[in-house]
Design a protein around this ligand. Sequence first.
Ligand code: SF4
Length: 439
Amino acid sequence: MPLPMAEAAPHREPIVVSGDGAPRVHIWQIGCQMNTADADALSEAFAEIGLRPGADLAEADLTVLVTCAVRQHAEDKANAKLGELKAWKRDRPGRAIAVTGCMVGEHGGELLRRFRHLDYVFDMREPDGFLARVRDLYQGALQGPVPLPASDRLCAYLPVILGCNEMCTYCIVPFVRGRELSRPAEEIEADARRLVGRGVAEITLLGQNVNSYRDPDSGAGLPELMRLVDRVPGLRRMRFLTSHPRNASPDLFSAIAELGTACEQLHLPVQSGSDSCLRRMKREYSVAEYLRILERARRRVPGIALTTDIIVGFCGETEAEFEATYHMLETVQFDTVHIQAYSPRPGTAAYRRADDIPREVKSERLHRVLDLQRGISHRRNQALVGSQVEVLVEGLGQDGRPFGRTRQGRLVWSDAPAGAGDVLSLTVTSATAWQLAAG
Ligand code: SF4
């Protein structure tokens, strides 16, 4: 239950702005790309009503935490941050703290009770009430919209569908982010134009289940949306994240193959290489079906980079089930694999099952898979030495060398003279498992 900032509770100080000018906002964020997009959207909304986003914590009047509930570790960090902010708030009376993100759906009321210095919690799907409250509170200090500087990032996330209708048994997302809600394609296209206008060169269309996207008016899917965004003048690259194998249609691969901005990359989480484990996870596909999808993608988009997510040590995972995952990774030869040991989340279906794989077994399986994949990624990157790659330069490292990514998403360092935003055609000179050098 959101508590209006600085109202109703006697222990909460009145909220006032210090110093001259518009109130300054510090946004702290943890978790997935959706939270990055939410933090960006909040910055824009604050600027729109006249606050200055992007402030350092030390100078801020208002701090907003965008939290994550997907793993216990992320919740622990947000709780620790809230604890630290007690002293920050005491340092200068009149400061305010708000929390949003996935932890609010799970523990909003409890957070307000536990952290007496917390002023507000709000649902990121409906931030209007919070923004109206902020506008009221700081009224006297607001002098119209604050211009946002050109984006300091060349690559931006653009949410196209919120929530998830799948019910993977280990996952908290459907409970904290709700049912799927696709945004109108026109609105997304307008956002893409605005981002490109601010200097963004690469857009990642984002959703927890992005390839389930359906335009609410026309019913058009992700491939059609990609065709629309591809036409935005000035856009250099487009990606999408995260896809469910069930919705990975041939049309999607055609869009990747045919559209100039669409990057040759597909992140398709498989989670396990064992059918019985996939059934317990309620992933709704078999390993054979998944492999057929990858085959189709490779046939339709030559040179496509395939990446995936794996969970090891899921409830009841037998040695044979784990071996099946290991074998599948050897067979597919993914470019990159994100590997996690299973961690139970209260509220999920899997939480009711025994978390019966001992920690040391999880850790041993995790390391076996990491070792395997390190070798595969190294070999795949080595095979690129001598070939040409297109690199979008994202910035300069501390040593002044430009770095960026290929269309397939590989990190590249170069000695070629270049600045952020340049698109270079480079020859790969050496490679490790994690990055390429090119000149
Ligand atoms: S598809 Fe992804 S976000 Fe949706 S429930 Fe499954 S793991 Fe969670």
